[in-house]
Design a binder for this molecule. Structure first.
Ligand SMILES: Nc1nc2c(ncn2[C@@H]2O[C@H](COP(=O)(O)OP(=O)(O)OP(=O)(O)O)[C@@H](O)[C@H]2O)c(=O)[nH]1
Length: 320
């Protein structure tokens, strides 16, 4: 076979391979008209090469943002440099269906798209080749991983029974609130609150009913605070509420309104309707505090006083 014939055969093979490669190939001219449309594009768009050719890309896919893509294509031709469009920037350029029946995570194909200038024999650039990679697996795996990480992060900070912030999360929050106070000052209140005679609730109605009571009061507490406040389960039947930019008078007003709300609640269990009360101890961050535990101790002392004085009440810390 002559070397010319061999070269022709190689060219034919190459063209055949490009036609059937599992990557989308489109060549556009300066007017964004399709000059080449390989079988990947045919299969995923449902449009044959003979129909796609000579049509503007934007008439085939009217949902593509044409100002945005035209600018990119013009730049590729003018600057003679490739441009990449990643799925993270834009999940897909072409609205192709994803065929992932098992995972079923994505209904559209995620794509990375490379726009490359095609240089003619005379050195001029009048065409752009679009190379479309199906990266659905990569994208969905990355998204699943990121979702799993968010879920893990949430679980590591959350008390599973009440869905409030757990003890570790409370400690971190108090530390950062305390640092904010040291740096910027201001009035910030910390409330320790505890269900009254909770042991009796467990003893009378059983532990599962006790759990329902804790869930109900946790919900009442978290639904009563502002977005900037913070509610956590400190342990057992004890909860912490951090009220930033709130002086003790404001905190007392808040605690009294939640206390009344909780005392009025009728908590339904499988066999009973339970009512409970809570006691509240309040203190403000103070410049004499050396660490958040000093602040907690004062709120705890106030809570102890509320218990001592007969429970179902709110007490602001005082040295008397
Ligand atoms: N059901 C249930 N009970 C819990 C949980 N955590 C702690 N407890 C119970 O809460 C009770 C707390 O009892 P105490 O510390 O004696 O306090 P109290 O009975 O509430 O009395 P005062 O706080 O003095 O009003 C104990 O019986 C614990 O077993 C929980 O997650 N679920």
């Amino acid at each position: 076979m002559s070397s010319n014939a061999e070269e022709m055969m190689e060219l034919h093979w190459l063209f055949d391979m490009l036609q059937h490669i599992d990557v989308g190939l489109v060549v556009l001219n300066e007017k964004y008209e399709v000059k080449l449309w390989n079988s990947f594009m045919e299969n995923h768009s449902g449009m044959s090469s003979s129909i796609a050719k000579e049509r503007s890309l934007f008439s085939i896919f009217p949902d593509i943002n044409n100002n945005w893509l035209e600018q990119k294509l013009d730049n590729v031709i003018a600057l003679r440099t490739p441009i990449f469009i990643s799925w993270e920037q834009r999940p897909h350029l072409f609205p192709f269906k994803s065929y992932r029946p098992i995972t079923g995570v994505a209904d559209k194909m995620y794509q990375n798209v490379a726009l490359r200038p095609i240089t003619n024999a005379d050195g001029s650039v009048k065409y752009v080749c679009m190379v479309v990679y199906d990266v659905t697996d990569v994208a969905t795996n990355k998204q699943s991983l990121s979702n799993a990480n968010s879920q893990l992060d949430y679980l590591s900070k959350t008390d599973p029974m009440t869905q409030l912030h757990n003890r570790g999360s409370v400690d971190k929050k108090l530390q950062s609130a305390f640092e904010t106070f040291l740096n910027a000052g201001g009035s910030h209140s910390l409330v320790m609150t505890d269900v009254d005679f909770f042991k009796k609730v467990n003893d009378k109605y059983g532990h599962p009913a006790g759990d329902l009571v804790l869930q109900a009061v946790a919900k009442a507490l978290s639904s009563s605070v502002r977005k900037t406040d913070f509610v956590g389960r400190y342990g057992g039947e004890e909860f912490v509420i951090l009220l930033p930019n709130t002086d003790v008078a404001g905190a007392l007003f808040f605690c009294e309104s939640v206390r009344k709300k909780i005392a009025d609640m009728k908590i339904k269990t499988a066999n009973d309707v339970i009512s409970v009360t809570m006691s509240f101890g309040i203190s403000a961050a103070s410049s004499v505090d050396k660490a958040p535990c000093d602040w907690i101790s004062r709120s705890d002392e106030a809570l102890y006083k509320a218990k001592e004085n007969g429970r179902n009440q709110s007490v602001v810390y005082s040295t008397e």
